[in-house]
Ligand binder design. Sequence first.
Ligand SMILES: C[S@@+](CC[C@H](N)C(=O)[O-])C[C@H]1O[C@@H](n2cnc3c(N)ncnc32)[C@H](O)[C@@H]1O
Length: 221
Amino acid sequence: MKIIPTSIEPKTAEYIINHTASDDDYLKKIINEMEKNGIRKINITPFEGNIISTLLSAIKPKRGVEIGTLCGYSSLWISKSLDENGKLYTIEKEPKHAEIALKMISELGLEKKIIVMNSDAKEALTKLSKFSPFDFCFIDANKDDYPYYIKWALKNLRSGGLIIAHNPLMKGNLFYEGEDKEQNAKSRGMREFLHIFFTDDKISQRAIIPTSDGIAVGVVK
Ligand SMILES: C[S@@+](CC[C@H](N)C(=O)[O-])C[C@H]1O[C@@H](n2cnc3c(N)ncnc32)[C@H](O)[C@@H]1O
């Protein structure tokens, strides 16, 4: 018996995707805006957006942090799970990405719900620590700093809060060690992140959901 499905029968896959991965008009608009601006579409998939939003809905989050906004695609999925007065602080270091995200979010009138912080993540997280505890942290930025980000989340989330991280499967490069220095740094970062994720006593439950890039979900004790 296969523990992780490496393929799903096409008709079953289509049926599931049709029911769990539909972008609304605004999510489509963000994708179009990225195309128009020549920005690489390294956003989560709609299938992943729906999983993350479903998981977060279960804890009725009032305040959460996202590291790696890009143009706001995942922020918008996450915002669907927030409590009525809930807030998402989303951090993005690239001014162009942050500008597009803010434009999209403002068009929707969500700028009080989704607060875009145009800053390097470490600086922004230091500022946000003053407002902890948060209900969740979604990590989806530079892989070499994933260990820093999970350590921050372990210190700054409430008991029962969720740490969600994108890309633990690293497109098959998790155990890469070779000539490519940048890839080495990314793979080492993710391995160190996973070591903390799998062994830290402050995480009471953990799972890896094998989407195309993978989603790691940990519950804080
Ligand atoms: C994979 S994309 C995020 C995708 C987004 N979560 C989505 O699904 O729509 C990663 C983003 O993290 C940003 N980033 C990378 N390093 C960062 C850092 N040190 N601080 C803040 N943002 C960073 C990149 O500029 C990029 O926009």
